[in-house]
Design a protein around this ligand. Sequence first.
Ligand code: ATP
Length: 239
Amino acid sequence: MSEKVLELKGLHAVYGKKIHALKGVSLEVRQGEIVALIGNNGAGKTTMLKTVAGQLKPDQGQVLFEGQSIGGLPSHEIMRRGMSLVPEGRHIFPRLTVFENLEMGAYSRTKQDLEQEYAHVFELFPVLGKRRTQFGGTLSGGEQQMLAMGRALMAAPKVLMLDEPSMGLAPVVVDKIFEIIQRINKEGVTIFLVEQNAKRALQTAARAYVMETGAIVAEGPTSVLLDDPAVKKAYLGLH
Ligand code: ATP
C-alpha cells in the first residue's frame, strides 16, 4: 500500500469554551488517493479542513503531513509544504482579475515555475484563460469554483483539499468540476474531498469517511459505503 501523506490522530477542536466541533477525529489519506469526507450540515467538516490547513489550532490530537507534525503551524507554512485548500464558498477576490487571483495562490513559487503553472491551469480550465483579464467577481459560480481550484493549484500542491466544490452549482457544472478533480488526481495530486453531496463524492472517491457531530461514524471503500443501508438512508435519500 502507498504511503500515508496525511494523518489525523484524535483531533479535537473547540470554538470558545462550549462548542466541541471535532471530538477525536482520526483518519488517513494515502499518496495518490481520492478520499472523501461526507456529512450533514454542521457535522464539523469545514472545521476539520480548517484545522488541517492551519486556519484553526487543534485543541488536542495530531495532524501529520508526510509523517511530520504540522498541527498549529501557520497556513502559509502548510501550503509551502504541499497542501492547498479550496475553501467552501470559493473566497476568490472579486476586484482582482482572474490572472491576479491566480497570482495570489503562487506567492511561494519562482517565476519560471509560474509560467508552467499558469499554462497548466489554463489547460485544465480553458475558460479561465479566455477570461484572464476579467474581474473575479464577474465570473459565474462554476467559473469562480474553477478559479478557486486554479488558485490552489498554482502552489503545485501534493495534496489538494476541497471543501464543498459542488455547492450551489448546476448539475452539468458539477459534472465538469468532478471530472477535473479526477483529472488532477490522475496527474499525481492526492485529493481530500469534503462534500455534502454524498452521492457525487462517493462516486468520485475510492475511500470515504462519514462524519456526524464531530466524530467519524463510518469509513471504508466507497463501493461498500454506497451499499451500506445506514449510509443509503441518511445520505443518499434511498430506503
Ligand atoms: P457545513 O457544511 O454547514 O459547513 P460542516 O460539516 O462543515 O457544515 P462546520 O462548519 O465545521 O460543519 O461546523 C461544525 C460545528 O461548529 C457547528 O455546530 C457550527 O455551528 C460550529 N461552528 C463552526 N464555525 C464556528 C465558529 N466560528 N464559531 C463557533 N461555532 C462554530
